[in-house]
Design a protein around this ligand. Structure first.
Ligand code: AMP
Ligand code: GLY
Length: 417
């Protein structure tokens, strides 16, 4: 099978690493890829957000399967155009990806199917939103509608903070609309399921650390580390989330003529009343993907292919009992501004450490040295008998890397230990 993977983050390195091991693979390309992906795939550069370009690249290369890593190509209509051209695609349609791209849409789906989620109201005008906040009081959660790369959410402890957040959203570049929610309390878990639109196969649970600094402090990021399985997300909670949240939402999408196919990322709050939906993403999480795929013993490529071809009913997945933990190394200053093109040394030492895989995110190679080109740069991942051991091994490997301009949290996995 000739496979083209879109994306160039740590999630895509994990996907490429798993796909490259498959006996069913003829050749793997990745656009744009990164220095780590280049070791297992041929990296090519073209506009992955332009549907026509992606279609013609797939035709020229004789691609049998297109795998879409991030959400932006979904929103740009790439999956629809490629599917319409008769090429098999792993990734939902733009209409189904609205579960990620529009928070109001997801709330309406939850209302229609009864999936438990925070009580909410949506507003197109700042004054109406503010009146609602004054009526409800704090704590309260303010969200920009639409994609905001994790930066569009304010969990406001005080009313004034909530009112300011509304101003920021309406004055900001996205303009437009706001969703206001009741604040839920509990532990968060990320639950990943595979679906062809009908059959649902639970993949795994994970927990990530969204804040930049130790003790879950500092600004929100795309994720500074993750581990799987998540002890708080028990098999009972997984079964309950599947029945109460995942299946009703997928049935509602089917009923509306926009069935969802691909990986569904279900962000949950484990409240005292059971799991409630926080958000949905139309893709794998990053860095959750990096600590889930190493636990999968089944060959990933036929699984992606079956899903993209619309029938996963015959699949059975084999998971390792081991635990996996990923520590993200980011450029100092991330998620704000940071220096680029700094040199990373001794990656090979970390890569050779026991049970460790180093997934690259923002890296490239210049004159045979690896340089950092992005905010999140590496995901040091260890697979071991339990979370504690995985954490020790991952941090041991991280300490071998010489990169003065980088930093990482020292407490990934604290909730599980
Ligand atoms: P979202 O982009 O909707 O996933 O929100 C980002 C983060 O904000 C979540 O991971 C939660 O930590 C927090 N959050 C979002 N909605 C709520 C809510 N209703 N109650 C409490 N925390 C929330
Ligand atoms: N780690 C959170 C995300 O992928 O959105």
């Amino acid at each position: 099978m000739n496979v083209l993977l879109l994306g160039g983050g740590g999630r895509e390195h994990a996907l490429a690493w798993a796909i490259a091991k498959s006996p069913a693979l003829t050749k793997l390309w990745c656009a744009p890829g990164n220095a780590g992906i280049a070791a297992v795939a041929e990296c090519v550069d073209f506009d992955i957000l332009d549907p026509e370009t992606v279609v013609s690249v797939c035709r020229d290369m004789g691609i049998d399967l297109l795998v879409i890593g991030p959400e932006a190509p979904l929103e740009a209509g790439v999956s629809d155009a490629v599917r319409a051209a008769g090429i098999v695609v792993f990734g939902p349609s733009r209409a189904a990806a609205m579960l990620e791209t529009s928070k109001t849409f997801t709330k309406q789906i939850c209302d229609a199917c009864g999936a438990p989620t925070a009580k909410y109201a949506a507003f197109d005008y700042a004054e109406n939103a503010k009146a609602y906040i004054r009526e409800q009081g704090a704590p309260i959660v303010i969200k920009a509608d639409g994609l905001a790369a994790g930066k569009g959410v304010v969990v406001a402890q005080r009313e004034e903070e909530a009112l300011n957040a509304v101003d920021d959203i309406f004055d900001g570049p996205g303009g437009g609309a706001v969703v206001i929610e009741e604040m839920m309390t509990g532990e968060e878990a990320s639950f990943f399921v595979l679906t062809d639109g009908k059959t649902v196969i639970p993949l795994a649970g994970a927990q990530d650390h969204k804040r930049a600094y130790d003790g879950d402090t500092g600004p929100n990021t795309g994720g500074m580390g993750a581990y799987s399985p998540a002890p708080a997300f028990t098999s009972e909670l997984q079964a309950k989330a599947t029945e109460d949240i995942v299946k009703p939402i997928l049935a509602e999408m089917r009923k509306r003529g926009t069935p969802y196919s691909g990986v569904l990322y279900v962000g949950l709050m484990l409240t005292e009343y059971g799991p409630k939906l926080v958000e949905i993403n139309a893709r794998f999480g990053d860095p959750e993907c990096q600590c889930i795929l190493p636990r999968l013993r089944t060959d990933l490529l036929p699984v992606l292919s079956a899903c993209a071809n619309g029938d996963i009913s015959g699949l059975a997945l084999d998971w390792s009992e081991k635990s996996c933990l990923t520590v993200v190394m980011a450029a100092k200053g991330y998620p704000g501004s940071y220096e680029k093109n700094t040199v990373i040394g001794h990656l090979d030492r970390a890569e050779n450490a026991e049970g460790v895989t180093v997934f690259h995110a923002g890296t490239s190679v210049k004159n045979t040295v690896v340089i950092a080109t992005g905010g999140r740069v590496l995901g040091i991942t260890a697979l071991a008998a339990d979370i504690g051991q995985a954490r020790t091994q991952a941090y041991n490997a991280a300490s071998m890397i010489e990169w003065d301009e980088g930093f990482y949290r020292s407490d990934i996995g604290w909730r599980a230990l």
